[in-house]
Design a binder for this molecule. Sequence first.
Ligand SMILES: *[C@@H]1O[C@H](CO)[C@@H](O)[C@H](O)[C@H]1NC(C)=O
Ligand SMILES: *[C@@H]1O[C@H](CO)[C@@H](O)[C@H](O)[C@H]1NC(C)=O
Ligand SMILES: *[C@@H]1O[C@H](CO)[C@@H](O)[C@H](O)[C@H]1NC(C)=O
Ligand SMILES: *[C@@H]1O[C@H](CO)[C@@H](O)[C@H](O)[C@H]1NC(C)=O
Ligand SMILES: *[C@@H]1O[C@H](CO)[C@@H](O)[C@H](O)[C@H]1NC(C)=O
Ligand SMILES: *[C@@H]1O[C@H](CO)[C@@H](O)[C@H](O)[C@H]1NC(C)=O
Length: 479
Amino acid sequence: MGRCMCFEALLLLLLLCLLSRSGVSAEEDASTAPMENSEIAALYSVMQSFVGKWWKGSELYPDPCGWTPIQGVSCDIFNGLWYVTVLNIGPILENSIECTPEADFPPQLFELKHLKSLSLFNCFTSPTHHPTKIPTQNWEKLAGSLETLEFRSNPGLTGEIPFSLGRLVKLQSLVLVENALMGEIPTSIGSLTSLKKLALTSNLFSGQIPSSLGNLTDLLIFDLSMNSLSGTVPFTLSGLRSLLKLDLSNNALEGKLPMELGLLKNLTLLDLRSNNFSGGLVQSLQYMDSIQDVLLSNNSLEGSLMGFGWESLQNLTTLDLSNTGLNGQIPESIGGLKRLRFLALGNNRLSGSVPASLANLPSISALYLNGNNLTGELLFSDAFYEKMGRRFAAWSNPNLCYGVGLARTGHKPSGVRQCEQHEVSITSSNLKTVVVGDDRSPEASFMASPGFSASFVGEFWFVFFAKELVVILLLVLLL
Ligand SMILES: *[C@@H]1O[C@H](CO)[C@@H](O)[C@H](O)[C@H]1NC(C)=O
Ligand SMILES: *[C@@H]1O[C@H](CO)[C@@H](O)[C@H](O)[C@H]1NC(C)=O
Ligand SMILES: *[C@@H]1O[C@H](CO)[C@@H](O)[C@H](O)[C@H]1NC(C)=O
Ligand SMILES: *[C@@H]1O[C@H](CO)[C@@H](O)[C@H](O)[C@H]1NC(C)=O
Ligand SMILES: *[C@@H]1O[C@H](CO)[C@@H](O)[C@H](O)[C@H]1NC(C)=O
Ligand SMILES: *[C@@H]1O[C@H](CO)[C@@H](O)[C@H](O)[C@H]1NC(C)=O
């Protein structure tokens, strides 16, 4: 036992000796995590700058990487000394440290030479009283270490993304979300070739998407949604071969959907909603083998759904094409999408009948067909309407109706009228209609002809219907 204690004492002595040699604070007792004086001073300055002058780090947290840890600060050991690697400030947890209204970026931030992750949440809050900008210089000092940079929900964070951020070559995640950042996205972001996630959502960015971003070959998530970006999508984005999620929604992007999107074989989400894309659906979309969610609503795409290889998109679960100016018919092949859960085709100019195959979509849980010019009878079952509830919409299709068979149940498509008997005869070769046609008046044979045009529906049929009402009622009662 004596030998053991002796050994420990020796070790301690050695350690102390080592620490004092490398200019480390040795005043604290030996159980303190050893740090360079400059590192500990930089940490205190940085914290004060974000949290406020009242924050007395040296008193409250004499051993920040050891027995007095600071909430949101993590450390790691490099060559026997402790360094700050993670700095998370903002109300994430109940006991998190929050920023002062006067928070600012301190120059000492760039002296934390092993900083891997910096996250400021809800830190710069006032765009009027204390607007703050991202520092334009010194980022290269963190180039060897910084992997995550995240500024989220900072309405007081204004100005542009500094070009020098492009020096952070180890950065894997750049998340600048819900701030008031503006100007163009600097081309230098394309130099961040380690990036896996780039999210610049909900800022005031304008101008074009830089073509250099196509160099980010490791990128998995690319989200520039809710900005004011304009111009076309650069074809270079086809270089983002690893991409899983592409979200450019809610901008002012225009032009055709790039052909090259078809090269993104691993893409699962494509969200281009609320832009000004035009030129129809691009054929190459059907080669996005992994695609699950296609959200293109609220664009002036136009074109048609026909002649598109829907059946190849077997993993498609969400297809939102509402308000895109689509015309033509709904193809039967959409009914072959086994995993489709959400299909929105509302507010277009679709015409023709609703394919019966849609009723057989095994996973469907929302189907919006409202605001089109669809015609004929909806061939869905009572159980289908019951299951879908308000997640089925077909109103505002003046020439659409639902089947007579549903008349006795409570589950009807809202805003759709019931078919009149003659309409049933056109869309389904129902036995009852043959009986109705028994009368063999010239009108009746016309009614049964397949070339019937929906525009013909009107007063004529009302008159006919009234005439035959008694007969039909009798038949229904008998059957
Ligand atoms: C990055 O992309 C730009 C524009 O697409 C290109 O000119 C440049 O050579 C690329 N840089 C690298 C390092 O690949
Ligand atoms: C696509 O995903 C597969 C499976 O996760 C992966 O093996 C492949 O490397 C990915 N392709 C690219 C280009 O990243
Ligand atoms: C549709 O997109 C335009 C921009 O193209 C936008 O101004 C409008 O608010 C969007 N509408 C909806 C309902 O999202
Ligand atoms: C959308 O593009 C069309 C031309 O393609 C243009 O006339 C229209 O003003 C654009 N709309 C918006 C909101 O930018
Ligand atoms: C489709 O989804 C299944 C299950 O999620 C997955 O195993 C398969 O690889 C996907 N297919 C493609 C082409 O991505
Ligand atoms: C709706 O379709 C009918 C033909 O089925 C056509 O006569 C009519 O013009 C269309 N209405 C609109 C608004 O496109």
